[in-house]
Design a protein around this ligand. Sequence first.
Ligand code: EPZ
Length: 420
Amino acid sequence: MEKIILYGNNNPELKGKVKISGAKNAVLPAIAAALLTKEKIRLKNVPLVTDVHTMLTLMKELGAESNIRKNSLSIQVKKIISDEASYQLVTSMRASILVLGPLLARYGKALVSLPGGCAIGSRPTDIHIHGLEKLGASIQLKHGYINATAKQLKGTEIEFEKKSVGGTENLIMAASLATGETILKNCAIEPEVVDLCKLLLKMGAKIEDIGSETLVIKGVKELGGATHEIIPDRIEAGTFLIAGALTKGSIVLTRTKPKDLTTVIERLRYSGVKINKLNSHSIQVTGTDKLKPQDITTSPYPGFPTDMQAQFSVLMTQAEGTSIISETIFDRRFAHINELLRMGANIEISSDKAIIKGKTFLSGAEITATDLRASASLVLAGLIANGKTVINEAHHLDRGYEKLEVKLKSLGARIERLQD
Ligand code: EPZ
């Protein structure tokens, strides 16, 4: 089992520069988009994280040839040889559902396992399914699978009943090859959705008003190859901003995009964290020992990201006063709280809220990671906890962070990875 060991203290000092990797949540839909064309897709700034390898395993089963060298990936699906995304794969990574739209659009059928729930809550797919049915797909749910067929998808107007990143991405990809015009309303506008649209434009798709909640997509007969650089990971950057806020010293984040982090930076500044945007791709964060508590509610972009909720909760354990963190996106995204309690945090959960009383001095303990962002929050807690922290099941971290412990070590953290 993979373990991460940290020797923290109550006022560690981190300083230096850290390069932010490409965004996991942008590269996964970009890989799925390769299904939409016979030509080659070349992606740069690809993060070497396990979710990318999982996605490439799935794509290979569907007929893709790919190779990844350093942080560049080339992938080509000359011919689709299978339309199935298996239960094992989908339950190991819910983003596998992103092959549903492209398979239907190019191949006319798809057999994708229903994801089921996961550590952060139930992961329904009704938004994906209703949208694709509106484009003319016929979809049956049986034996735990989404069984979808479509001779030819036809453009129409679709209004999402709620914002869904994956639902928006699946429908944009499907509509790109549908006949006629599709209008998608109430789209998610996360930077990762915008990045997918930019890749599709390079492939020849016709998408208007990219970045807005209403997209107009004129279907084309076929799409071509493209080369695209994946945007920096705003959640990894936010995680390092919190690491810098928690510890003394100062960290410069490079290869990042401050404008994708506006709300997170605003909230950190409100609590007294010193953050300087050095230029359009680097930010400096300086630790402070007087943190102000605040109430946060997660919401779709440009609101406070749910993927930063666990990390921010750790910061609020060090604020002087009470903070209330409301998680409105996922129904069970507080698994990290139990582990923080074992380190001495004072947190109470009531329905979708975590009531955090600070300032508490955390002490090192043996704890267990449950999901990707929870594991990041445990690493942050281990940095400032007094003594030794052992994080079990550390493989969760590798799903979305490229060499996190190596990056933290280069900033002066006492952190090791152990394989036993
Ligand atoms: C994406 O997941 C991200 N994953 C998640 O990041 C992120 O937390 C989430 O968006 C919200 O920003 C990837 O991009 C690969 P949603 P996704 O569809 O697309 C409900 C991480 O840690 N919903 O926007 O699955 C759903 O239950 C991961 O990097 C439906 O009701 O999220 C949730 O409450 C975790 N029906 C809300 O919408 C549906 O058909 C938002 O989900 C689909 C979703």
